[in-house]
Design a protein around this ligand. Sequence first.
Ligand code: HPA
Length: 281
Amino acid sequence: MYDLIEQARSVVAGRIRIRPRVALILGSGLGTLADQLDEAVVVPYAEVPGFHEPKVPGHRGELAVGLLSGQPVAVLRGRFHFYEGYSMQEVTFPVRLLRALGCHTLLVTNAAGGLRADWQVGDIMRIADHIFLPGFAGHHPLIGPNDERFGPRFPAMLGAYESDLVPVARAVAAAQGLTLREGVYCMLAGPSFETGAEMRMLRALGADAVGMSTAPEVIVARHGGMRVLGFSLITNLALPDGSPANHAEVLEAGEQAKPRFAALLRGILARMPASPDSSAP
Ligand code: HPA
């Protein structure tokens, strides 16, 4: 794994002129922020060792490096999902690569179903914490031999989403007149949406939103000592007495929220403290 990361790192590093410090992973329909980079260099996933081509509509397959709100960023346009058949190691490979390229911060977004009747489609939730259900079933990106060059054998996940970026996110949202929800994101493997009984179970477990990504990437980012800030766009409500979810409405909600979401992320990048807190190298 370390050698493959090193190969991928050297391919990408040979193409880019800016050393990225912030990694962005953009979820369903939100990838266009990467079109707004200054001095962008785009590397198709097909040219990066260890990468695959995303297959889900709404997900492209490119790594873009450039400046966003003046910050050197690397944006993954399209991510790999466990439900596509990739292993948890494959799903999280890009995070390892971005860490190796110099990113100390991960800004991650996803589309999620809202489990709360008092929330609305289009709401943006800061991920305050996660529940990683596939990990409970043995599907975990850190299973197997641990390479200490990446991080410790038993990394802590308490406070994974807490950092000096949280007050920045709240302040930027407030300045933009945006109601920022905060809650617990639960990852399920998918690809089927939840039954009513599963929705009730997730709510009873303390989850506020449900989706099919993000938790493995965050675990690997924290394993590598990265600072993490995460957001879910509530693209549909996952309520037992509601209507069934479908992928088209997920993409449509992403489309609608794109300008607000992009403004939030750009505002955060513009006000991001220059150096990360002490938990990140
Ligand atoms: N459930 C799971 N994943 C999702 C949903 C949902 O309702 N909406 C968007 N991703």
